[in-house]
Design a protein around this ligand. Structure first.
Ligand SMILES: [Zn+2]
Length: 69
């Protein structure tokens, strides 16, 4: 059997060939791949930077450091 395997394109839902000659797999086409990648980058840009919103979690707050010597 040499039937090409296909999956649903993650972007548009159309059948996309999962074969070595499909450079855009798992997408069906270059456009879908680029658009999806663009969505990804967009989303990662929208995620707020977690640094600066972690109160009291510094390495200086060691509870043992308050013990008398
Ligand atoms: Zn597609």
């Amino acid at each position: 059997m040499t039937q090409a395997k296909t999956i649903d394109c993650p972007h548009c839902g159309k059948p996309a060939r999962i074969a070595a000659d499909n450079a855009y797999r798992p997408f069906c086409s270059k456009r879908c791949k680029l658009v999806d990648l663009g969505d990804w980058l967009d989303e990662s840009n929208r995620i707020p930077d977690p640094s600066g919103s972690a109160p009291g979690m510094g390495p200086d707050t060691d509870p043992d450091s308050g013990l008398p010597h």
